[in-house]
Design a protein around this ligand. Sequence first.
Ligand SMILES: Cc1cc2nc3c(=O)[nH]c(=O)nc-3n(C[C@H](O)[C@H](O)[C@H](O)COP(=O)(O)O)c2cc1C
Length: 260
Amino acid sequence: MDMTELIRTRKSIRTFDGRPLSKEDKKALSDYAKTITNPYGIPVSFVFLDAEEHGLSSPVINGEHLYVAGKVPKVQHCEEAFGYSFEKFVLHAWSLGIGTTWIGGTMKRELFEKAAKTGEDEIMPIVSPLGYPAEEKAEVDVKLRNSVHGDERLPASELFFEGDFLSPLKEKSDLLEMVRWAPTAANMQPCRVVKAGKAYHFYEKHPDGYQKGAGWDVQKIDVGIAICHLMSVTNGKFSIAEPGIGTEKNMEYIASVTVE
Ligand SMILES: Cc1cc2nc3c(=O)[nH]c(=O)nc-3n(C[C@H](O)[C@H](O)[C@H](O)COP(=O)(O)O)c2cc1C
């Protein structure tokens, strides 16, 4: 499968067939994890955790034996960098037939943080089970997918714009379809893109009442994933330079990708 196909076919896998990951697959994943970089230059580390050994589980996951936890230093842009790198891992796992689900909420966070030996100066925003997809989904899986409309996304006209936020993109863009299908926490899809010439400017649309807190912002992870998708199917150049496009008050500029 090429990258476009991987992005189109990846889904959250919450029901596994009960087989442990083969030694070869585990090694292939851990070797790949060591090579992952992101345009922020912020290192993301991957820790593999045996579920039984550490007593780890998630109420929405069935049939798993192994988790991977991602850690990143607590610095500016750590969330976007994390989203970018963790998605590279997720897509590579899928290329090997290994299922994943981004889990930031439905887990006992303290247990995973402890098992992953998370330091004071870092955060462990997300974990994922790793395994082979089962043929049939467990009931909790079906219910969750339905409740977040996991198979759907907002229409492109609500997410993508041309020149400014007043002008929804008119032509269908295969590149932006890659952004549209990016996974997001609770399928909230906070990422907006303004295309201006060769540049794609990425924004985070905050929910009403959003206040910048001291903790990390899960929706910045979502935007990092979206940037990863566009960069993975282009030779795009990454930059952070606020383009001065008029925005609504709840829109925050994140970064730009220029595609020649
Ligand atoms: C940052 C992030 C956090 C997420 N946290 C959870 C979670 O705690 N539990 C869960 O079951 N799914 C979680 N998801 C998965 C989303 O619900 C899922 O990606 C979305 O519904 C779209 O479905 P898809 O991944 O199958 O395309 C998370 C996804 C992201 C990107």
